[in-house]
Design a protein around this ligand. Structure first.
Ligand code: C5P
Length: 235
């Protein structure tokens, strides 16, 4: 079974997807954080291949092919958290900075980058029960997913969450700066030609502007149980 959760920046997708993967862990669900793949690729292009922010708009096929070589980017969800290794080194903690937020949103609009990440996503999902979160997991990557959610919240609420997260990493950002950063990233994701951020036609829309993360998880978990009692019982 595949469950997808798409939505804009700081809508709570990753937290909810991870919590659902835990909640349904006994049924063998694996959490696929697709944004982490985009982040890792952008980070690797900059640090290992010397890409500037401008050049990330159109990375060369050579660099992308080299990065797709088996074992170079290794995604793991084995200790309850999503992690990614690059050339054997765990780079996960380096990928949540404001800079990687920005560069990953630039390179992710490129067709060759999306094709590369598409391959990685399909490899990870082969033969597994997956909960995936991202921007196009319900529309493009897993169009046949059994349950698709589109999670959103007001821009003010999302900017507040993003800012709180940045502050936790020691990066103090003003309210206005947070709204600008979140809006710019959403705008890039929404207006790009390939795989723009949008709900799948059959997605369940969830607006959690006024909900806690726990309320959101409870609501979405109940939908999964309601829709697939047999699947969950059988496993
Ligand atoms: O989800 P997260 O914010 O970590 O994703 C980082 C960036 O990767 C996003 O800003 C977006 O541009 C890109 N992304 C994407 N498609 C996905 C997941 C992420 O374009 N499925």
């Amino acid at each position: 079974m595949i469950i997808t959760i798409d939505g804009p920046v700081a809508s709570g997708k990753s937290t909810v997807a991870q919590a659902l993967a835990h909640e349904f862990h006994e049924f063998g669900f694996y959490y696929l954080y697709t944004g982490l793949l985009y982040r890792a690729l952008a980070y690797a292009l900059v640090t290992a291949y010397g890409y500037s922010e401008e050049a990330l708009v159109a990375p060369g096929e050579d660099a992308l092919e080299a990065l797709l070589q088996k074992g170079r980017l290794e995604y793991r969800f084995d200790v309850g958290a999503a992690r990614i290794l690059f050339d054997g080194k765990d780079i996960t903690s380096l990928l949540k900075t404001e800079e990687v937020d920005r560069i990953s949103s630039i390179s992710s609009a490129n067709a060759a980058v999306r094709a590369a990440v598409y391959c990685l996503q399909q490899q990870i999902a082969t033969g597994a029960d997956i909960i995936a979160d991202g921007r196009d997991t319900g529309t493009v990557v897993f169009p046949n997913a059994q349950i698709k959610f589109f999670l959103t919240a007001s821009v003010e609420e999302r900017a507040f969450r993003w800012r709180t997260n940045q502050a936790r990493q020691g990066n103090m950002v003003s309210e206005d700066e947070a709204i600008t950063a979140v809006t710019m990233r959403d705008e890039r994701d929404r207006t790009r030609k390939i795989s723009p951020l949008l709900p799948a036609e059959d997605a369940i829309l969830v607006d959690n502007s006024n909900w806690s993360i726990e309320e959101t998880i409870t609501y979405m978990a109940a939908i999964v149980r309601d829709r697939y009692p047999d699947f969950l019982a059988k496993k």
